[in-house]
Design a protein around this ligand. Structure first.
Ligand SMILES: C[S@@+](CC[C@H](N)C(=O)[O-])C[C@H]1O[C@@H](n2cnc3c(N)ncnc32)[C@H](O)[C@@H]1O
Length: 355
């Protein structure tokens, strides 16, 4: 875990904190131990709602984007390379020239390749290895060194184009290069009429939004997404329609203001590099809890993911919605049963990244 490497870097004298000033810690996962750092000086910067709430509850200052200045920074490397590079760029833009920036990550999240790429641009100290990962520190040469790694700013609300070939997306988000074929198949298979109150759980940058909004009868569409930046992209892509409601929230805990007529979703299926059906199962149980007795779930999933049991536990009627393209299944589930919350540990406790 990152904490042990951070402790090692501090005790070994590789990461020397300036005597004063705030310390930015970018994207630590819930459960990471930051005790090597003086808590009153630490600001955790993360757009993941579960991680954000974990550190806020532990008494850390939190921000979804860095509001500098900071005296030092730690980047906890996520598995998505584009996001990791954007975080290094954000760190370099948040601390003054000469300030220390520590880059810490697991081998399975690509730390070695990232450190090579950083080392190609700046002088970086020798990496310390521990717990299947590495940590290395560089003195910030200034923001220009990584300016081309920075995330592109999102367009103004409503000016993106989810229905066009060029939706606004953010580094590391699901289907950042364009609509996922499974989501496209689900969008095409939705019935011509939907109930008034609909939610898209795990809405990402809003790929399913135009199809849902185009169906007759929809009066409210709740987009629920755990990643702040992805939700901001959804706003940029869809945000002018008065039927939209955006929720930066954990979908497995979110409560709609009133029972829903339909849930539409392409649930997350990864924790780190491993497929993790537990998160998708928690989404299925959550959807059943949100629906009115006559409500319906429409979902797409990778064909190999074992959701049948979770669907049968949460709904009395489960059928194929439509023939699905290779590798996917399209599901319609009706008559929700009252199921207790099934919350996988990695969503709320220590966990790795999502799909
Ligand atoms: C497979 S993607 C689907 C995204 C989008 N609906 C689409 O069709 O392109 C799953 C989404 O769920 C989000 N997610 C993961 N865990 C979540 C949670 N606990 N609550 C809400 N959203 C979550 C991910 O950030 C990701 O955007």
């Amino acid at each position: 875990m990152s904490s042990s490497r951070l402790t090692l870097a501090c005790t070994a004298g590789a990461f020397v904190l300036p005597p004063e000033g705030r310390i930015a810690v970018f994207r630590p996962a819930a459960g990471a131990d930051l005790s090597a750092l003086p808590k009153p000086r630490v600001t955790v910067i993360t757009g993941n709602r579960c991680d954000h709430d974990f550190f806020a509850a532990a008494g850390f200052a939190t921000e979804v984007a860095p509001v500098g200045p900071f005296a030092a920074a730690v980047v906890v490397v996520p598995r998505a390379r584009a996001l990791a590079q954007a975080l290094v760029a954000a760190a370099a833009a948040s601390v003054p020239p000469g300030a220390p920036v520590a880059v810490d990550g697991a081998r399975t999240d690509g730390i070695e390749g990232l450190l090579r790429a950083v080392g190609g641009r700046v002088a970086i100290g020798s990496a310390l290895a521990k717990a299947h990962g590495r940590i290395a520190v560089f003195a910030n040469p200034g923001p220009e060194a990584f300016a081309d790694w920075a995330a592109r700013p999102l367009p103004a609300t409503g000016t993106g184009g989810v229905a066009t070939a060029a939706p606004a997306t953010v580094p590391g988000s699901f289907s950042a290069d364009g609509t996922d074929p499974g989501s496209a198949a689900l969008a095409a298979a939705l019935p011509a009429r939907l109930p008034a109150r609909v939610a898209d759980l795990g809405a990402g940058w809003g790929a399913l939004g135009p199809a849902i909004l185009s169906r007759e009868g929809v009066a409210e569409l709740h987009l629920v997404e755990v990643e702040h930046d992805a939700l901001a992209a959804a706003r940029a892509n869809l945000g002018e329609d008065p039927r939209l409601r955006f929720h930066w929230a954990d979908a497995t805990r979110w409560q709609p203001p009133a029972p829903l007529g339909a849930v539409v979703m392409n649930p997350p299926f990864h924790a780190g590099r491993r497929a993790d059906p537990g998160l998708g199962r928690a989404f299925i149980a959550a959807a059943a809890r949100m629906l009115a007795p006559a409500g319906v779930l429409y979902m797409v999933a990778n064909r190999h993911l074992p959701y049948e049991r979770a669907l049968a536990d949460a709904f009395r009627e489960v059928t194929d919605l439509a023939p699905a393209p290779g590798g996917y299944k399209l599901i319609r589930a009706a008559a929700p049963l009252r199921v207790p919350a099934q919350v996988p540990g990695h969503v709320h406790g220590p966990r790795r990244r999502r799909a």
